[in-house]
Ligand binder design. Structure first.
Ligand code: ADP
Ligand code: TRP
Length: 322
């Protein structure tokens, strides 16, 4: 069984890009892998400096995963900071991470350009992520395309460590879904919390419909042909509609007759129905925070057992055992 690991920051409302880029793959691998799923609150600290937002965001993220079908008995599910061993490993790894490797990371540059403070934590973010992955000896890491470079950094660090101290870490592989690598947002750019262009999964009907109606489309008249491959509305519909429906929509795009307003209404109904059960389940879970805390505490115990084994080995290899 492959060990599969991925995490999400509790830094805002879960959106369709997160779901198709990472979560859906994780949940669908529950039965046939050794699955590690976690909420990366230490990473979120690089952009959230608000006690209330971070702590409620963490419980919300836990409710999101469980509501969407993650079964905590079939995986290891925890909050990153509950296993502090990851910070020690991050330090050890940082001592062999070349500055140049981090300086090349575009995620850092993008975030600073968007106004996130250029802290040491933000710069060192990929090293902590490498520690997350290597601490659990992960083989496969499902992510969206935006995380590809971070996975390359994790691989580089693992190889460097293994060369310096002997075979210690599994060198992880990214898994990036072909059709879900980059889910477009309302404006056609990558859907992202930090671009303010998301469709959050758990919005109530009214604000959900409003968001979907605000998807930017071009001004081509209804009767004119349109290019489905360059339309974000089409790309979003494809994630939810049946093949039969998409054949029909494709025909309207190519031959004329696609009315964006009607298609947006279709998309609203599809998304509302797709997540209806999960939405109800999430409300229930948030009303039972003791249960959420119990699940996360049990998950942290499980994760920690694995983490201490790897960290012991690392301490031995580098000479931190005397
Ligand atoms: P955001 O960019 O909204 O802050 P996160 O950094 O929390 O999202 O991403 C969590 C996971 O969701 C990562 O694996 C990331 O690659 C994936 N992801 C985020 N946005 C998208 C998107 N638009 N398309 C595909 N995957 C995405
Ligand atoms: N950097 C990832 C993101 O922003 C979150 C993350 C932290 C992660 N540690 C990880 C993802 C380990 C996969 C594996 O989405």
């Amino acid at each position: 069984m492959k060990r599969i690991l991925s995490g999400i920051q509790p830094s805002g409302q879960l959106h369709i890009g997160n779901y198709f880029g990472m979560m859906k793959t994780m949940i669908s691998n529950m039965e046939n892998s050794d699955l590690y799923v976690f909420i990366v609150d230490l990473h979120a600290l690089t952009s959230v400096h608000d006690r209330e937002r971070l702590s409620t965001g963490t419980l919300e993220a836990a409710a999101d995963f469980l509501a969407l079908g993650l079964d905590p008995d079939k995986c290891t599910f925890w909050v990153q900071s509950d296993v502090p061993e990851v910070c020690e490993l991050a330090w050890v790894l940082s001592t062999l991470t070349p500055m140049g490797l981090l300086e090349r990371c575009h995620s850092y540059k993008d975030k600073v350009a968007k106004g996130i403070a250029a802290s040491h934590g933000l710069f060192a973010y990929p090293v902590l992520m490498a520690a997350d992955i290597l601490l659990y000896q992960s083989e496969v890491v499902p992510v969206g395309k935006d995380q590809k470079q971070h996975l390359e950094v994790a691989r580089d660090i693992a190889i460097k460590f293994n060369n310096a101290f002997g075979e210690t870490f599994v060198v992880p592989e990214p898994f990036i879904g072909e059709t879900t690598a980059t889910v477009p947002g309302l404006d056609g750019q990558k859907m992202s919390k930090s671009y303010g262009n998301t469709i959050p999964i758990f919005l109530d009907d009214k604000p959900l419909r409003k968001r979907i109606m605000s998807i930017q489309t071009d001004a081509t008249p209804v009767e004119d042909p349109k290019d489905p491959d360059n339309c974000n509305l089409y790309a979003l519909l494809k994630l939810f509609a049946s093949q039969e429906k998409m054949d029909e929509v494709h025909d309207l795009y190519v031959n004329g007759g696609a009315a964006y307003g009607y298609l947006k209404q279709d998309l609203f109904e599809l998304i509302r129905d797709y997540y209806a059960d999960a939405r109800a389940k999430k409300k229930e879970l948030l009303d039972n925070q003791d249960y959420l805390r119990r699940v996360l505490a049990a998950g942290a115990d499980k994760a920690r057992a694995k983490a201490t084994r790897t960290l012991d080995l690392v301490r031995n290899r580098v000479g931190l055992k005397y």
